[in-house]
Design a protein around this ligand. Structure first.
Ligand code: CTP
Length: 402
């Protein structure tokens, strides 16, 4: 999914330490489908090189009014640049650049582009906490807002000065989210909260052993990523996995056992709009965890197992306005079993995958799913990547007008 496909974004970089993050910002914008050009102040070049930015943006980078190319001076047309862009994003905007913009000063190319740009302007300030709090900066920020520019908030945390507080440039992904929001004001899951369980659970036998399964977490993480890209805030409760979250709108709650996963789900379930149980939760756990490592002896050994909480069944019983989706991983009587689970757990939909299908199920990057709605209508999908499955699943969940 390319949320910025067809958009032209002009990135203006001024000379602050946060400029070192801008290649990542460019990369994220490009990854989302945007065409990016960069204009930078001369002092920004002390923090990040034009070569890096030209490479990641695949466009020439401009920093002065003229370029001397083989004794043939060219005028870098700031008016054209401003007209080219659908959005002018200034990140980082230093105290000096903010003040020059507020006062209409024009002693570098970035400022000239700003003064001549007709497109919307987003500004991501970055400075030390006391500078940011200073009345002159606050006044400049107000002035720029009154011009119709969008001032992005600053982040809080460690600053280059060694101090801690408000003033950091937002992280590249957070800036990209603002840009994505701007170009996609009608994202279908905007302002929605989505809860997803993912991965396996490990049920401890003793300090070194557990009962677990082969679930990788891939399907649940792919669902979380798609939900976040559709505008949702996501709470991802996952058992042990090597999967990583990428989207800042995803909050990962890492757990190990079924009972911890259940605790986390209970904490948030009431406030979510959509809940998806993609975890392979252990159905049984040892009736107790041995304090010491169990020693080997000659005879047989028996483990006493007791059932774990069925987390999805709990969500079905306590369902209010949530949309509730479960998974059914089956080896036989697939459809019959899935329909039985759909009803028994009071679900709005269930995703069936069969271990009979090559390339489907645990640990593999692909899956072959059938989506079954509560009215028993269903849609079977071909074998595809788990990312594509996640998109297909949300396409089924989100109501369509036609
Ligand atoms: N599930 C859950 N908590 C459990 C067991 C399962 O939340 N303790 C959820 C899974 O995340 C999945 C759905 O229930 O969405 C079905 O899981 P599955 O293992 O296929 O079914 P079970 O209900 O465990 O039944 P069985 O193992 O007999 O097939």
């Amino acid at each position: 999914m390319s949320l910025l496909s067809g958009t032209k974004i002009l990135l203006g970089i001024s000379g602050g330490i946060a400029a070192y993050k801008t290649p990542l910002l460019v990369r994220e914008l490009v990854k989302n489908g945007a065409e990016v050009r960069v204009v930078m102040t001369p002092s920004a070049k002390d923090f990040v090189t034009p070569l890096t930015l030209a490479t990641v943006s695949t466009n020439p980078v401009l920093s002065s009014f003229t370029s001397t190319d083989q004794d043939n001076p060219l005028w870098n047309d700031h008016v054209k640049l401003g007209l080219w862009a659908d959005l002018f994003l200034i990140a980082p905007a230093t105290s000096n650049t903010l003040s020059a913009m507020a006062q209409g000063r024009c002693n570098n190319l970035l400022l000239a582009v700003y003064l001549s740009a007709k497109c919307p302007v987003f500004i991501a300030p970055a400075m030390d906490l006391d500078m940011f709090a200073h009345p002159s900066n606050q006044k400049n920020i107000k002035t720029l807002s009154s011009f119709g520019n969008k001032l992005l908030p600053v982040g809080e945390g460690f600053l280059a000065s060694g101090l801690e507080g408000k003033g950091r440039m937002l992280e590249p992904q957070q800036i990209v989210n603002y840009v994505v929001d701007f170009f996609n004001p009608n994202l279908p899951l905007k302002d929605k909260l989505v809860l997803i369980t993912a991965g396996p659970t490990y049920e401890a036998i003793d300090p070194v052993r557990f009962i677990g399964n082969h679930a990788s977490g891939k399907m649940g993480f792919a669902l979380a990523e798609v939900a976040a890209n559709l505008g949702a805030k996501v709470i991802l409760v996952s058992g042990p996995t090597t999967e990583k979250i990428r989207h800042p709108q995803i909050e990962l709650k890492a757990v190990v056992s079924a009972s911890k996963m259940f605790e986390m789900v209970k904490e948030t379930y009431d406030s979510v709009d959509i809940a998806i149980a993609a975890a392979a939760v252990a159905d049984y756990k040892p009736d107790r965890k041995e304090e010491q490592k169990i020693k080997k002896n000659a005879g047989h050994m028996t483990l006493n197992l007791v059932p774990t909480q069925d987390i999805l069944a709990y969500m079905g019983t306590h369902k209010k306005a949530q949309y509730l989706l479960g998974f059914a991983l089956e080896t036989n009587n697939e459809l019959e079993n899935a329909l039985e689970k759909l009803e028994r757990k009071n679900l709005d939909g269930i995703v069936l995958n069969s271990l009979q299908d090559a390339g489907a199920g645990f640990s593999v990057p692909t899956n072959k799913i059938t989506f079954i709605h509560s009215d028993k209508s269903m849609h079977a999908f071909p074998l595809q990547s788990k990312d594509a499955c996640a998109e297909a699943i949300f396409d089924q969940i989100i109501p369509h007008d036609s």
